[in-house]
Structure formats: structure tokens, C-alpha cells
Design a protein around this ligand. Structure first.
Ligand SMILES: Cc1cc2nc3c(=O)[nH]c(=O)nc-3n(C[C@H](O)[C@H](O)[C@H](O)COP(=O)(O)OP(=O)(O)OC[C@H]3O[C@@H](n4cnc5c(N)ncnc54)[C@H](O)[C@@H]3O)c2cc1C
Length: 387
């Protein structure tokens, strides 16, 4: 009689949980595997949520595989609609809304939660955030018949949704405290160009201010901004950033920072517990994107299959899905403090290179037609996390 019911338990059926399960199964065909998820367990591509409208895709068309298919392919048990409420690292035990389970090894792929803004007014609860397929279904239902859309948050996800809405025939207002779009990722000159080009395409920007109140007015909504500006709107989408889901780990006594703290082998501070994806901070870096997850899943699968493996991050450019302003960002490493941006631009777009004192390129940003230079520039970059 084994001490635990499953060799490996993964919490989360997002890209992190499912990619890890798939990579693990390539290396270990027999270990017993359980995935637990509070959602419905369908496999879908989250990045497509912010370009499905203009692509005429319904939420159902974004489902890549139903949960039954995932069970079969992964030779795994998958429990859906099941909320994990407690982890007991000493006893290797999980408590869930559907009972308890004992694990040999545990992986947390818990994702992140949209940041809630402190909004006032009678319609503050009408604001919607989209970070999964279920919320996207609600978004699409509520969007029906609406024309003037307000997007709170001029970051990557907010700008992608705004561009998708614009291209599907809506009017968009983008509101946020930032001085220019994607201000956490772009130097000012690039952000300003993005702002100008998208304004020409129809974006209405309300930057350097926040939404304070949302009230119902006639058939629509009335927004009051921090500088006194008043806006009429039919629908408000909030994309004000993500907060990693760390509470479960914190309550279990695991080390947490911004995300659940893990080392190069994706190990948390507790024995036999690992984390990856949007919930995890890997070697001090929180990178909530697809490429870091794919790399982490491959390395962790090897470790779990018996070959301890340090994670290596190659250069991982992010293609921003704003088709009216093509943009690729390969951010410099967090500790590349003494470098600087070299920016040149012409009619075909803008190229920004982040170089250190030895003229080594550590990161880049390309816009418009210059995005074609992506592959050749990637070859010049060092690894983000090296062996
Ligand atoms: C609109 C949008 C567009 C994006 N576009 C891009 C892009 O173009 N390129 C790119 O690189 N990245 C993009 N990203 C980011 C990328 O999609 C995410 O980094 C990735 O999908 C996160 O996967 P995850 O598995 O870590 O988290 P999630 O997908 O959030 O999965 C978390 C899982 O944990 C489960 N869970 C959480 N808590 C519990 C609990 N207590 N009990 C049980 N289950 C629990 C949830 O049900 C869910 O199954 C985009 C993100 C968004 C929102």
C-alpha cells in the first residue's frame, strides 16, 4: 500500500499545468498523475482571447481540446470544478472542496488573478476582467450590441483587447495612469510612437489619469476620471494587471515574494513541491508569458522524471498582438542595470536596442515593418537565464 495516492499531483489546468503534464508523460509513461482544477479543464489558448473578435472566433472555437480528450492523452485523472483550499507539506496532503488527496510530488500551476481596482459608483460592479475562457464567454455575451468600449489599463493585455475591439468595429477609449502605453515595458520614445500610430487608427487615449467612478446613465455608463474628465461608455473592460496566486502557498508556509519563490529547478522552499507559470517567481524573475512556461515545463518534467535539471531561459521575445502597431519586445534581463537604449527610426518603424558598456545587445524592441528583424536580432542576444 503506497503512502500516497498519486506519484504526481498538478494543481491548475492552464498552460503551465497542461504543458508540464504533457512533457512529464513523454518521459514517464507509468507514474500515476492527477490534475486538479477549479475551472472546467478544457484546453484552450489564452493568448487568443485578445485577438478572437476580429478573427471572428467564438469562445467555443477557442477550445482546443475537451477535458475527456486531455484525460486520455495524458493518461491522467483530471478533477475539475475542484478548489484546493489547503496544502499540508509535512503530510504531503491536499484539502479540496471535494475531499483530500495525498501526493508524492506536487506542482503548483495556480496562475494569477486580475487586479481589482478601487472603483466607486453604482455601476462599479459592471466592470469585467478577462483572464480565462469562462470570463471571456461572459465578456462576449455582455459585449453584444455595445458600441463605445472603455478599456482600463494601457498595458500589453489592455492594448491587445482595445485593438481587437477597434478592428471588430467598436470605438475604444483606453484609460490609465501611465504616461504612454506599455510604460512598464517600453522606453518613452517607443511608447509615444505607439500612442500616435494607434491614435491615428482610432484609439482615444486618456492617459495620466484613473477612473474614479462608474455610474449608470440612461442606457449606458458614465465614467468620472481623476482629472474631472467625464466619459460616456457602453461597456468597461479592466486590464489593470495580474496578481500571482500565492495565498495557498503562503498559508502552507512556503516562501513567497511577488510570486511563489522557486529556484532554477522550480523547487519551492518545501520538499517535493514545485511551481511554474504565472504564479511563480523563478530565480527572482516573474515572467507571465508563454515562452517562459514552455521552457520551465520541459526542465521540470526532467527533474520530476528523475534527472534534476536547471532551467535555462533562452531569449524569449514577446509578440504583442496589436496588428495596427506591430510590436516585438525582448526585454533586457532584470539585472542589466548599466545598459542603455539606442533608438533609431524611419518610415518603416522603430528599432530600439538595449546595449551594455561593451556594446553587447541585451534586449530589443521592434515596431511595424522592422519586426521582420526579430530572428536576426534574437541570435545576438545572450540567454536570459544561463546554465
Ligand atoms: C488576454 C491575454 C493574452 C495573452 N497573450 C499572450 C501572448 O500573446 N504571448 C505570451 O507569451 N503570453 C500571453 N499571455 C500570457 C499567457 O497566456 C499566460 O502567461 C499563461 O496562459 C498562464 O498560464 P498558467 O497556467 O500559469 O495560468 P492560468 O492559465 O491562469 O491557469 C491557472 C490554473 O490554476 C487553477 N487554479 C488556481 N487556483 C486554484 C485552486 N486553489 N484550486 C484549484 N485550481 C486552481 C485555475 O483554475 C487554472 O486552471 C496572455 C494573457 C492574457 C490574459
Amino acid at each position: 500500500m503506497p503512502q500516497f495516492e498519486y506519484d504526481l499531483v498538478i494543481i491548475g489546468s492552464g498552460l503551465a499545468g497542461y504543458t508540464l503534464a504533457r512533457e512529464y508523460r513523454k518521459l514517464d509513461k507509468t507514474g500515476s498523475l492527477l490534475l486538479i482544477s477549479r475551472d472546467d479543464g478544457v484546453f484552450y489558448s489564452k493568448p487568443m482571447l485578445s485577438n478572437a473578435l476580429a478573427g471572428n472566433k467564438t469562445p467555443e472555437q477557442l477550445v482546443m481540446k475537451p477535458v475527456e480528450k486531455m484525460r486520455e492523452e495524458l493518461a491522467a485523472d483530471i478533477r475539475v470544478g475542484t478548489d484546493i483550499t489547503e496544502i499540508d507539506p509535512q503530510a504531503h496532503r491536499l484539502v479540496s472542496s471535494q475531499g483530500e488527496v495525498k501526493y508524492g510530488k506536487l506542482v503548483l500551476g495556480l496562475g494569477a488573478t486580475p487586479r481589482q481596482l478601487p472603483l466607486q459608483g453604482g455601476a462599479a460592479d459592471a466592470v469585467i476582467s478577462v483572464n480565462d475562457l469562462t470570463a471571456y464567454r461572459t465578456f462576449r455575451q455582455q459585449l453584444e450590441g455595445k458600441q463605445q468600449i472603455s478599456v482600463i489599463g494601457p498595458g500589453l493585455v489592455g492594448c491587445e483587447f482595445a485593438n481587437d475591439l477597434l478592428r471588430s468595429g467598436h470605438q475604444v477609449q483606453v484609460i490609465g495612469p501611465d504616461p504612454y502605453p506599455l510604460s512598464l515595458l517600453l522606453p518613452e520614445a517607443v511608447g509615444q510612437r505607439m500612442q500616435e500610430v494607434l491614435a491615428e487608427k482610432g484609439f482615444e487615449w486618456y492617459l495620466e489619469r484613473t477612473v474614479e467612478r462608474i455610474d449608470r446613465q440612461d442606457d449606458g455608463l458614465h465614467l468620472m476620471l481623476s482629472d474631472g474628465t467625464e466619459l460616456q461608455s457602453d461597456f468597461v473592460l479592466s486590464a489593470a494587471g495580474l496578481v500571482p496566486n500565492i495565498e495557498l502557498a503562503r498559508a502552507a508556509g512556503l516562501k513567497v515574494n511577488r510570486g511563489i519563490a522557486v529556484d532554477r529547478q522550480l523547487a519551492t522552499s518545501a520538499p517535493d513541491i514545485y511551481a511554474l507559470g504565472d504564479c511563480a517567481e523563478v530565480a527572482g524573475m516573474w515572467l507571465p508569458y508563454v515562452m517562459p512556461i514552455m521552457n520551465a515545463a520541459r526542465a521540470l518534467a526532467k527533474t520530476l522524471a528523475g534527472e534534476p535539471t536547471d532551467l535555462v531561459y533562452p531569449p524569449m521575445p514577446v509578440v504583442v498582438k496589436t496588428p495596427d502597431f506591430p510590436l516585438v519586445i525582448s526585454p533586457p534581463p532584470k539585472d542589466a542595470g548599466n545598459g542603455h537604449w539606442q533608438i533609431d527610426s524611419d518610415d518603416s518603424g522603430l528599432r530600439a536596442l538595449f546595449v551594455d558598456s561593451d556594446e553587447q545587445v541585451l534586449g530589443f524592441i521592434l515596431t511595424e515593418d522592422k519586426t521582420r528583424e526579430k530572428q536576426s536580432l534574437v541570435k545576438q542576444l545572450p540567454n536570459v537565464l544561463d546554465s
